[in-house]
Ligand binder design. Structure first.
Ligand code: NAD
Ligand code: ZN
Length: 735
């Protein structure tokens, strides 16, 4: 990066700063151009960008806006007018492309896309069909076939001159040496994208780290770096794939296949020749259909094996493409709709460890807060010490952080080029940070380390208490994360109100009068960076009023009281027995109906219950063998927690769903996630979590995602909410 960090107006469509003197503007334009060229060099030549694509795009966007508003600043060799990249002719032989390779223009919103439709529609003068396809985030490659034989493969380079990577490309299994046709054209260039499957990325970085080599920041760089190797045997070991998306430089041969007249026909022809074609393209006839295609893949961006950064929209008819032509850097007949970025770079400030509910000690990344996919992220789990090593990240690194929609944020890899030598390797502690106990591996060679002090490690106890109050267990809303800390690990008194969850239902408000916790101080909701001590459950005494329980504390006690009559499956979940989540707990409660019966059952009897199995059965029996575990159940029972469910006959609910397995997905109007499962189970059905061939019905609400796709592909009947209600009331005959 240049001596001075040039950053752009992040995001899209922001107007650049156009105030200031013409000299200021010219200087800004010069700085932007220099920074963009530097980034291009790092990205295309070294396969190691130092900023995220979003940051790069923001620079380009600002430059474009300035050049548009002040035409006197335009230059033919500005990065806005040229295809990014240059052939590295010291490592590779240069290749002059027979037909130029272009970049693509971008739009960042549906409005901008509509403007593009309007522009193209106006130039063409009639309605046209559009071919929509996924924009593959990989490396552009040009394949030259002469008389049906692959004779040369090259990178894009600057669009005119690329790099000869023929030997490397021959190692990619997707790419045929010979076109599967008896009548090939005399010469044709086939263009496409080489990519690195997202799933294989973690393994590649792990093996690089192990060999003492720098890891890649993301799959796109892994593709480029793997292909642009001096030694093709290195490329051969990488799981590269290719998808092709265009032809150029077609020279006919007598009697050969005719040149296609539409982009969609190109794909049919290429498929017939044995070339790898994406299965996700479609011809659309109206802008509305194109918008819908874009929205669909915006939601299903991750069901594809490669990364996608957008959708490419192309005029389908090739004669019309030719009429529309090209600018100096991109076709006018196509544009790329860019999705909001999911990858950003940020600083890895520290790696800390946390102790979970079951004693697992996991490292997590503490990062400079950064906005990605709509939310601010500052932490991400790193799973275990082994995973930290595999990723090759060091404390102090700039890292690529990826957050996809609602998916948990993930640190992809380090930006090695930004290291200055001050970065530090993470060292996994050998003792528990919460209780000091020596950590152990549960099984020889386990990647996870655990704290053995299950009963009284404050961190484990706190997390169990937080969990037992959660929505899937007792559902005690007023007992959140902070209250769980205050009950089990307060600053004062030294002996916390709870030293085991067995005593939860025996707590009284007066036991909590002295509890003080320490927490980050906020002024008007904003963190001040200082810590403050607060009396947590009680108000502070003043000269006039004595200390008394806060409203929230009283609510917590009311909710704890109510929790005593929760159904058996919720009690089971609340016990934090490994592998016994809501689904298994429902199955167990449905079958045995009482805690005593579950406790008395043998491993075999437990394992026989549908949805339970040996692992859960063994985990249950082992759990009941521990004294302090049994004490929890006994103390809860003595305090009045209900330990059995009413018999199904007594429940009065007609068993309309007997023998049916039903999955619910999406948001429903009259049921919560748990509510619908309860309704299904109460009516004798099985509420399953995922769709399989055994699923009888899928109940789909609004924004149903992958489960709906799966059900449709397996032919599982899909019900809307009203139909489900009818099924519930009248049974399957009613449908
Ligand atoms: N982080 C950085 O420092 C840095 C530097 C330079 C470029 N970049 C990134 O690279 C991109 C710009 O590069 P670009 O000029 O190559 O443009 P582009 O990647 O936005 O679009 C052009 C390319 O898309 C490819 N493509 C993928 N799927 C396609 C399909 N289905 N049909 C047609 N083409 C398809 C083609 O190979 C074509 O060359 C931006 O995303 C930018 O953020 C990042
Ligand atoms: Zn511990």
């Amino acid at each position: 990066m240049s001596e001075e960090q040039v950053t752009g107006t992040q995001g899209t469509g922001d107007t650049p700063d156009t105030t200031g003197t013409p000299e200021d503007r010219a200087a800004r334009v010069a700085r932007l151009r220099a920074a963009i060229e530097e980034h291009r060099d790092a990205y295309y030549r070294r396969d190691a960008p130092t900023v995220s694509d979003a940051e790069y795009d923001a620079l380009v966007h600002e430059l474009e806006a300035l050049e548009e508003q002040f035409p006197e600043l335009q230059e033919p060799d500005s990065p806005t007018q040229t295809v990014g990249g240059a052939a590295d002719t010291r490592t590779f032989d240069p290749v002059v492309h027979t037909a130029r390779m272009y970049s693509l223009d971008n739009v960042f919103s549906h409005e901008e896309l509509d403007e593009w439709f309007l522009r193209t529609g106006k130039s063409v003068g009639r309605e046209v069909a559009y071919l929509c396809e996924l924009k593959i985030d990989g490396l552009a490659v040009n394949l030259l076939y002469r008389d049906g034989e692959l004779v040369r493969a090259a990178t894009r380079g600057d669009g005119r001159v690329g790099e000869d990577i023929t030997a490397n490309v021959r190692t990619i299994a997707d790419i045929p040496e010979r076109l599967d046709t008896d009548a090939p054209p005399a010469e044709v260039e086939i263009r496409g994208e080489v990519f690195f499957p997202v799933e294989a990325f973690g393994d590649l970085n792990a093996s690089l780290v192990e060999a003492g080599k720098p890891p890649f920041a993301n799959p796109r760089n892994a593709a480029a770096g793997s292909l642009r190797q001096k030694d093709p045997s290195v490329t051969a070991r990488r799981p590269l794939h290719m998808l092709v998306h265009g032809i150029a430089a077609w020279t006919p041969a007598p009697g050969a296949d005719p040149e296609p007249a539409a982009q969609s026909e190109v794909y049919e022809l290429l498929r017939g020749w044995g070339m790898p074609i994406s299965e996700y393209y479609a011809v659309k006839h109206t802008p509305e259909e194109v918008h819908a295609f874009i929205d669909h893949y915006g939601e299903h961006r991750h069901s594809v094996i490669h990364e996608i950064d957008g959708i490419v929209v192309k005029v389908d008819d090739i004669a019309t493409q030719e009429d529309l032509g090209y600018t100096s850097r991109a076709p006018r007949w196509a544009t790329a709709f860019k999705y909001p970025p999911e990858e950003v770079t940020t600083k890895l400030l520290d790696i800390q460890v946390q102790v979970g509910r079951t004693g697992r000690v996991t490292p997590f990344a503490v990062m400079e807060p950064v906005l990605v996919a709509g939310s601010t992220v500052e932490r991400a789990t790193l799973h275990n010490a082994h995973e930290v090593k595999r990723k090759g990240v060091l404390i102090g690194d700039t890292v690529v952080l990826r957050k996809a929609g609602d998916v948990i944020p993930e640190v992809l890899g380090p930006v090695v080029a930004n290291r200055d030598g001050s970065e530090q390797e993470f060292v996994m502690p050998s003792t528990c940070p919460a209780c000091g106990a020596e950590l152990y591996e549960q099984k020889e060679g386990d990647k996870d380390l655990r704290c053995p002090n299950a009963r009284s490690c404050p961190a484990q106890l706190r997390n169990r208490v937080y969990y037992l109050a959660s929505r899937g267990a007792f559902d005690i809303e007023a007992l959140g994360e902070e209250a769980a800390t205050a009950l089990t690990a307060p600053l004062e008194p030294e002996l916390p109100p709870l030293t085991t969850e067995a005593d939860l239902f025996d707590l009284r408000p007066e036991d909590l009068a002295d509890v003080v916790i320490e927490r980050p101080e906020r002024k008007k909701g904003v963190l001040t960076g200082r810590m403050e001590k607060v009396a947590y459950f009680y108000t502070k005494a003043t000269a006039k009023t004595p200390s008394r329980p806060r409203k929230n504390t009283l609510t917590m006690f009311e909710e704890i009281e109510k929790a005593k009559s929760q159904p058996l499956w919720r009690v089971l979940v609340a016990l934090s027995i490994r592998h016994v989540g809501p689904t298994a707990a429902r199955a167990l409660a449905g079958h045995f109906r009482s805690m005593d019966a579950i406790r008395a059952a043998s491993v075999e009897e437990l394992a026989e219950v549908e949805g339970v199995g040996t692992i859960i059965a063994e985990s249950l029996t082992a759990w009941f063998e521990v004294d302090w575990h049994r004490e929890i159940v006994e103390k809860w029972a003595a305090a009045g927690v209900r330990m059995e469910d009413e018999a199904p006959e007594d429940s009065g609910v007609p068993q309309t769903l007997e023998g049916l397995t039903i999955v619910a997905t999406g948001s429903l109007q009259h049921y919560t996630r748990d509510g619908i499962k309860e309704a299904i189970t109460a009516a004798g059905g099985k509420a399953a979590g995922s769709v399989s061939k055994k699923t009888d019905y899928l109940v789909a609400g609004e924004n149903a995602g992958s489960k709906l796709d799966k059900a449709e592909s397996l032919g599982v009947p899909v019900l809307d909410e009203d139909t489900f209600t009818r099924l519930l009331q009248e049974g399957p005959e009613a449908l």
